[in-house]
Design a protein around this ligand. Structure first.
Ligand SMILES: Nc1ncnc2c1ncn2[C@@H]1O[C@H](COP(=O)(O)OP(=O)(O)OP(=O)(O)O)[C@@H](O)[C@H]1O
Length: 253
């Protein structure tokens, strides 16, 4: 909770259907201020759909989301001021260079150009993107696109970061760097919620975990509560219902 007792992010009854497919079936979640929250789930569980609705990128069929008490759909300007988002697939204006993209984001948010310039330099430097200053984002590698997307999300020093698979396609050195940046951000009073398939990262970083499957939250709580005396991976497989190969399949392979 923040100083006013509000969660950094509160989801209430979020639901979304695509044609006949129920992607998210009524999700309630409180992300305490100052927490490092991991959202786990198998492919197609509804993580991206949930996070997209939570930040105002996708309109829910039902339910709503609050960022530090501000309803994302009713009070979008204040909610989005407090929010930094790394969306799925990183939809970026990719005909710009990294520095241009950051300048564009900063000015769009009404930031002082000098502050934007200073922060952009630091972010590009810390994220090891400074050497690619003249390269257009369209020519970046997948991992570089993740990193510039993260830089865009951090630029305005938000209170809450919502990150869709921030470690996907990122090399181990960059992953360690991103972990450090996020860790520092949370230590400084920020809140992070991110989706991931990498149990080890979630176990190492997160104070809280939610496991989503078939569009619904199956387990939620502190890391210790969710994993009990087992590994997070064992808990995940049990909750999600892993299937094991009998040895009969793919005999032709
Ligand atoms: N735009 C869309 N149109 C139709 N169906 C969609 C759309 N977006 C998502 N879905 C469906 O909704 C379900 C949840 O998808 P979502 O992308 O939220 O899952 P996810 O947990 O993020 O998966 P992954 O781990 O593979 O990224 C899936 O069955 C998916 O096919």
């Amino acid at each position: 909770m923040d100083g006013n007792g509000r969660p950094a992010l509160a989801l209430r009854g979020l639901a979304k259907r695509f044609d006949h497919k129920v992607a998210v079936a009524g999700v309630d979640l409180d992300v305490p201020a100052g927490s490092f929250y991991g959202l786990l789930g198998p492919n197609g569980a509804g993580k991206t759909t949930t996070l997209s609705m939570a930040v105002g990128l996708l309109r829910p069929d039902a339910g709503t989301a609050y960022v530090l008490g501000h309803e994302v759909w009713a009070d979008p300007i204040e909610a989005k001021r407090l929010l930094g988002v790394l969306p799925d697939g990183v939809r970026l204006f990719d005909r710009l260079t990294g520095p241009e993209l950051l300048a564009y984001h900063g000015l769009l948010r009404g930031m002082d150009p000098q502050v934007v310039d200073q922060r952009a330099r630091e972010l590009l430097d810390v994220l090891a993107l400074a050497d690619s200053g003249r390269t257009m984002v369209i020519d970046y590698s997948a991992g570089m696109k993740k990193k510039i997307g993260l830089a865009c999300a951090l630029l305005h020093a938000p209170r809450l970061l919502v990150l869709d698979e921030p470690f996907e396609a990122v090399d181990p050195v960059s992953a360690a760097l991103i972990r450090d940046i996020l860790h520092r951000y949370v230590t400084g009073g920020g809140t992070v919620i991110f989706s991931s398939h990498v149990m080890e990262v979630v176990e190492r970083l997160c104070s809280h975990v939610a496991i989503l499957a078939d569009g619904a939250i199956k387990r939620v709580g502190t890391l210790a509560e969710v994993r009990g005396d087992r590994s997070l991976e064992d808990t995940f497989v049990e909750v999600v219902g892993g299937r094991t190969a009998t040895g009969e399949e793919l005999a032709w392979l």
